[in-house]
Design a protein around this ligand. Structure first.
Ligand code: EPU
Length: 293
């Protein structure tokens, strides 16, 4: 299929995705491209739409499980300088969606701008964090958004302001679009205080979560007024293993890739965990990770 004829952006075929995910699991993308800016991106998504090619946008690859069979799709990664920009304006910080949260947090801290510290240690990109309204310690990133620039799958750019974006716990209306960038509203604070707060959040995260083996963070969303990790733990499932996938012994809402786990191992383990939590507590856990298949 020569759907990419005439496009300036280089489109790689049969690109391995495994190394591009924090789970280190998954097959190949039939097509893979890194557009340099919004114009190239627009041409790409329009060509994909014309040829009925599904499009997936890869952020930091930290919240996805890719099927071992790979994807008959176009996977787009926004990591050119355009999508990695960050520019302050007063207490606002405008940034491209491809920038890693760690870099954005560092930049804000160096400018004496506070608000992002609670996200310290999340291995995600700004776009990924916005699409799922990433959060922790009772706060979430969408609370900081002043406006957001997005592209629909017809290649049209839209500017959405805060009031026009609906969001909730781990969900955001922005996931209907390709996110191009956002303006975050921050506040001034002493740089040393920001730095200390970042370290405190990082310490808290490290004391409870598991980073020893490849994983995708929390697997399930927390049910209302409850904790998925606690429920799974109370079912006695810490350490439970299927194939090379294992429920973390440190935090039960993490599944670890103990080396060459297949996507199937993880899905079977997720199903088993869900079944047991449903049987014991009557609660159906909803996945937080996105399964690409
Ligand atoms: N708990 C257990 N056993 C476990 C894990 C947790 O009993 O194996 C208990 C804890 O002792 C605590 C409660 O469950 O009383 C909540 O645990 P924790 O503080 O670790 O937070 P969480 O609800 O499991 C949420 C987010 C995390 C975020 C932390 C920190 C979700 C699904 N998870 O976890 O986000 O880092 O709060 O605020 O909302 C992620 O989204 O990938 C993620 C890891």
């Amino acid at each position: 299929m020569n759907w990419q004829k005439g496009l300036k952006v280089r489109v790689e075929s049969n690109a391995p995705l495994r190394s591009k995910t924090t789970f280190r699991i998954g097959g190949r993308a039939r097509w893979f491209a890194c557009p340099k800016d919004a114009v190239e991106l627009s041409l790409l998504v329009r060509a994909a739409k014309k040829h009925r090619l599904p499009v997936y946008v890869l952020g930091a690859g930290s919240n996805i499980l890719v099927s071992d069979k790979g994807l008959k799709a176009l996977v787009i990664k926004l990591d050119s300088p355009f999508f990695n920009r960050s520019c302050p304006s007063g207490t606002d910080l405008e940034a491209g969606s491809g920038i890693m949260l760690s870099r954005l947090i560092r930049k804000a801290g160096a400018l004496g701008l506070s608000g992002l510290e609670f996200l310290s240690g999340i291995p995600g990109s700004l776009g990924g964090a916005l699409a799922m309204n990433a959060g922790c310690f009772g706060k979430s990133i969408m609370d900081l958004v002043e406006s957001c620039e997005v592209m629909d799958y017809n290649g049209r750019i839209k500017n959405l302001n805060k009031k026009g974006i609906r969001y909730g716990y781990r969900s955001s209306g922005l996931s209907d679009y390709v996110i191009l960038g956002a303006t975050l509203g921050l506040t001034r604070k002493d740089r040393a205080v920001i730095r200390k707060d970042e370290q405190d959040y990082l310490r808290k995260r490290r004391s409870t979560q598991d980073a020893a083996l490849p994983n995708a963070g929390c697997i399930f969303k927390n049910p209302e007024d409850s904790s998925a990790g606690r429920l799974i733990d109370l079912c006695g499932l810490k350490g439970r293993r299927i194939g090379r996938a294992q429920v973390s012994r440190r935090h039960a809402n993490f599944i670890l890739n103990c080396g060459n786990a297949s996507s199937c191992d993880v899905v079977k383990l997720m199903n088993s965990v869900r079944r047991q939590v449903k049987n014991k507590f009557g609660i159906v856990l909803e996945p937080e990770i996105k399964i690409w298949k």
